[in-house]
Write a protein that binds this ligand. Sequence first.
Ligand SMILES: Cc1cc2nc3c(=O)[nH]c(=O)nc-3n(C[C@H](O)[C@H](O)[C@H](O)COP(=O)(O)OP(=O)(O)OC[C@H]3O[C@@H](n4cnc5c(N)ncnc54)[C@H](O)[C@@H]3O)c2cc1C
Length: 361
Amino acid sequence: MTLPRTDLLLVGAGHGHLHLLRHAGELVAAGYRVRLLAPATFDYSGVASATAAGGLSVEEGRTDVCGLAARAGVDHTVATLVGLDTARRTATTSDGTELTYDVLSLNVGSVVAPSGMTVHPSTLTVKPLSGLADLDPRIRRVGRPADVTVVGGGASGLELAAHLAVHPDVGSVHLVEAGERIGPDLPAGARRRLQRLLAARGVQVLTGWQVHEVAERAVVRADGTTLPHDLALLATGLAAPGLLADVGLGDRHGVPVRATLQHPDHPEIHAVGDCAHFLPAPLPRIGVHGVRQGPVLLCSLVARSRGAALPVYEPQRHALAILDLGAGTGLAVRGRWWWCGTSALRLKRWIDRRWIRSHRA
Ligand SMILES: Cc1cc2nc3c(=O)[nH]c(=O)nc-3n(C[C@H](O)[C@H](O)[C@H](O)COP(=O)(O)OP(=O)(O)OC[C@H]3O[C@@H](n4cnc5c(N)ncnc54)[C@H](O)[C@@H]3O)c2cc1C
């Protein structure tokens, strides 16, 4: 006798869901029919600044999602989610297909946060990473040393400004930040070290600069001051994709989830990574949470199929973050502790490559 299967639909192949694909056999054994709705490839953000600035090949950070799904025996629809009917438990895909589910899990990442400024469509954004991959070709197309403005002095803006400053086809880099200081979350000593590094590479850092408009060839301040550029890059922070709020599953903070990674009003809906709003405590949008939530999600799904209590996600108080500053240098930070140098970047590459390798083959 064949037992009825529970339809599990995974939307997005972010860090958490890649873990589920590697362990799909456990889900099948627990009684699920697993389906995936996601683009054909996944780009790993740990090497995104280096690949975007041309320091590493795009392939270094790319995972073949189709291959992983095929090896796991998971039915993969290569498309994106565009609509969701939670009452009918039906997802609509970008190719017009309707996929029904009993249990849904969302791992669709983040987008650049709405910045309240007018932004010209030619402006590059740090997310999605597929768009950021256009940075190096766009710089080369300028045809002379390019003047680039990075808007936003958080982690990704700092990484990219540092990389661009050593790019052979970049003439000047401006880093524009609305707040009084760049890297506001960094320990004071690490921030000073970073400021010295940026100054030594010729990056012009402008703080207290509230941008009103990012036009095609200039950034415009509220008082009308302009800063010309060939190319602008928007790095004003990350937010959950607007689609999730549009389908009634949350707001700009993301899909609300309890410690069990379940939506409080829809226990059949789980969310992990940047698209989730972890209700017990706000989490920074960094890959480590997506990575660490993967095994918890797997245990949750297996537990619910057995009617057992669901495990909870307990975030680390201080996660190690390592900024890739280009030219072989990294800045490692954990809580108030930090160090800057080639060994920090070597450690980052080792961690990143080990993770990427484990999701290949
Ligand atoms: C330049 C840059 C560098 C960064 N460096 C680091 C770093 O070194 N370390 C770190 O911890 N964090 C870093 N981050 C943050 C990191 O990118 C995120 O925290 C992390 O990627 C979130 O993981 P995730 O699994 O939630 O989503 P993602 O890694 O974004 O994966 C989500 C996936 O869902 C897919 N998707 C999107 N929309 C849909 C849809 N509608 N339907 C189906 N699929 C969809 C996407 O194509 C993507 O493959 C960086 C961010 C940027 C912008």
